[in-house]
Design a protein around this ligand. Structure first.
Ligand code: IMP
Length: 430
C-alpha cells in the first residue's frame, strides 16, 4: 500500500491541517517528518470533538483528534520538549486524550530545541537587520545547524541524565562564548538541565525508535500518512534560499525524516486559490495594494504561530508547477476557494526576467527581479461554501480550476470551500 504524503506547495499556511484531518480518519499512523513548533496547523472541528473554537497544533501531528491513530514525531523534526509538554496539556484540557507510547510517539533521534537556540535565532535576526529572514524566532535554524555541526542534543538524551548534563555543558560553553561577545547574559545551565530532565521524565513513555516502528507498521500493511510542515518553497535546498526554513519541507524530507526507506508514495500537494507568504523573501505575484488587503481580510490571513499579517498575491502557476515536479505531486488540493468570491481570477503563467527573456521555470537566483505574466479570467459572485458537487460550481470557478490544471500540469482532485471538516468538493478520478 503506498504511503500518503501531504506537502504545502508554496510557503506554508495552505491549510494542510484540515486536509490531514480528513485523511487521518482512514489512516493508522500520522507522522511529522520535519520542522518544529514554527508550524501551525489549524483544525476547525465539531464542538463534540474538541470543544468550541479552532484547534491549532504546532508539533503534535493532526491525527491526534482521531482516537484510533498513532501520531509520530519523526527524527527529522526539531523538538522543543517544554513546548511539547505544554501542547500535550492543552490537548488534554480540550478533551483530547494523549497517551504517550500509545497514540503519541517521539523519535529518540529527533534533535532538541533549547532555550539557547531560541535566543540565538532572535539575536541572529537582529544582527541581520534589513537582510533578516523573518523567522518565527523559535530556534529552528540554530537547532538544525547544531545537528549538522554534530553538537546537538537528541530527544533520547533527555532520559540519560549524565549524557544530558555533559552534552548541555559542552553546548552551553559554545553558546556562552557567542552570547558573551554579543553582550548577552550567559545561560542558566542548571535551570536548563532541570527543565529538560523534567520534560524527559514526562515524555519518556513515548520516546522510542520511531523509524523501526514505522518500518514494522508498513510491513504489517498499516496505512501511513506523512504530514509535511511549511511548504516546498521554504525547503532549505529547493526553496527561495536564503529566505527559507532550515528543514527539507518537500517530499524529499519524508524518507530521511522518518527512517522509512524509499517506497511507493502518493503525494498530495496543498495550494491555496491565491498565494500567501509570511516573513521576508521574494514573492513574484505579491499584491501591494488594496486588493491584497482585501484578500488578507477575506481569507483572515494572519499567521497561526506568530499572528503576523500574511503577504497576499495571485496564484502562481510557475511556482506551483516547480514544487509539484520537485515533490512528485500526484494531485492538488485547492484550498480557500470560497475566499475568491468577488475577486478577479488571475494567475501567473510565466515570468519576464531582468534580461528581457521569459521563463516558465522558477529561477534559483534573482526571483525578486522577475515580473509575472498573468492570465485573467472573470470572477464569480456566488457563495460556494455549501457546494459539494463539482458540477454545481459556477462556470467561472470551474474555468479557473481548468486554467490552474492547464498551467501547472497537475490535477485538482479536491477543492476546499470553507474551514469546516465537511466543506470539501471531491472530484471523481477521470
Ligand atoms: P523559521 O522556520 O522560524 O526559521 O523561519 C524561516 C522562514 O520560514 C520565515 O519566513 C518564516 O515565516 C517561515 N515559516 C516557518 N514556519 C512556517 C509555517 O509553518 N508557515 C509559514 N511560514 C513559515
Amino acid at each position: 500500500m503506498p504511503t500518503t504524503c501531504v506537502v504545502g506547495i508554496l510557503w506554508g499556511d495552505e491549510g494542510k491541517g484540515k486536509v490531514i484531518d480528513y485523511l487521518a480518519a482512514d489512516t493508522d499512523f500520522v507522522v511529522r517528518f520535519g520542522g518544529g513548533h514554527n508550524a501551525g496547523h489549524t483544525l476547525v472541528l465539531p464542538p463534540s470533538v474538541a470543544g468550541e473554537g479552532k484547534l491549532v497544533l504546532h508539533l503534535v501531528p493532526s491525527g491526534i483528534v482521531h482516537p484510533h491513530t498513532v501520531n509520530v514525531i519523526g527524527n527529522g523534526v526539531v523538538v522543543d520538549p517544554i513546548h511539547l509538554c505544554e501542547e500535550v496539556s492543552m490537548l488534554e484540557q480540550r478533551g483530547l486524550p494523549v497517551e504517550l507510547g500509545r497514540n503519541l510517539l517521539v523519535s529518540e533521534r529527533a534533535h532538541v530545541i533549547l532555550e539557547a537556540h531560541r535566543r540565538q535565532d532572535q539575536w541572529a535576526e537582529k544582527v541581520r537587520g534589513s537582510g533578516r529572514i523573518g523567522t518565527t524566532g523559535r530556534g529552528i535554524g540554530p537547532a538544525y545547524s547544531d545537528r549538522c555541526a554534530r553538537v546537538g542534543i537528541r530527544v533520547g538524551d533527555l532520559c540519560r541524565p549524565d549524557a544530558l548534563r555533559a552534552a548541555l555543558t559542552a553546548l552551553a560553553e559554545q553558546k556562552d562564548a557567542l552570547f558573551g561577545s554579543a553582550g548577552l547574559e550567559p545561560l542558566d545551565r542548571e535551570q536548563m538541565f532541570e527543565q529538560l530532565r523534567a520534560a524527559g521524565e514526562q515524555l519518556r513513555p513515548g520516546i522510542v525508535d520511531t523509524g523501526r516502528a514505522l518500518r514494522d507498521a508498513r510491513l504489517a500493511g498499516k496505512r501511513v500518512l506523512l504530514e509535511g510542515a511549511q511548504g516546498c518553497l521554504l525547503d532549505v535546498e529547493h526553496g527561495t534560499y536564503p529566505f527559507v526554513t532550515s528543514s527539507h519541507a518537500s517530499t524529499g524530507g519524508a524518507f530521511s525524516g522518518t527512517g522509512m526507506p524509499p517506497h511507493e508514495m502518493h503525494t498530495i500537494g496543498i495550494v491555496k486559490a491565491y498565494a500567501t507568504r509570511v516573513g521576508e523573501g521574494p514573492f513574484p505575484t505579491e499584491l501591494h495594494d488594496e486588493t491584497g488587503d482585501a484578500l488578507r481580510k477575506a481569507g483572515n490571513e494572519y499567521g497561526s504561530t506568530t499572528g503576523r499579517p500574511r503577504r497576499c498575491g495571485w496564484f502562481d502557476a510557475v511556482a506551483v508547477r516547480y514544487s509539484g515536479a520537485l515533490s512528485g505531486v500526484d494531485e492538488l488540493v485547492l484550498t480557500c476557494f470560497d475566499v475568491m468570491r468577488g475577486f478577479p481570477l488571475r494567475l501567473a503563467t510565466a515570468y519576464r526576467t531582468a534580461d528581457g527573456g521569459t521563463t516558465t521555470d522558477l529561477p534559483a537566483f534573482d526571483l525578486d527581479g522577475v515580473e509575472p505574466v498573468f492570465e485573467e479570467l472573470p470572477g464569480f459572485d456566488e457563495d460556494i461554501c455549501d457546494v459539494r458537487d463539482y458540477e454545481a460550481l459556477p462556470q467561472n470557478a470551474r474555468d479557473y480550476v481548468a486554467a490552474i490544471e492547464r498551467h501547472t500540469g497537475l490535477r485538482v482532485g479536491t477543492i476546499s470551500v470553507g474551514p469546516g471538516r465537511d466543506q470539501v468538493i471531491r472530484r471523481a478520478h477521470p
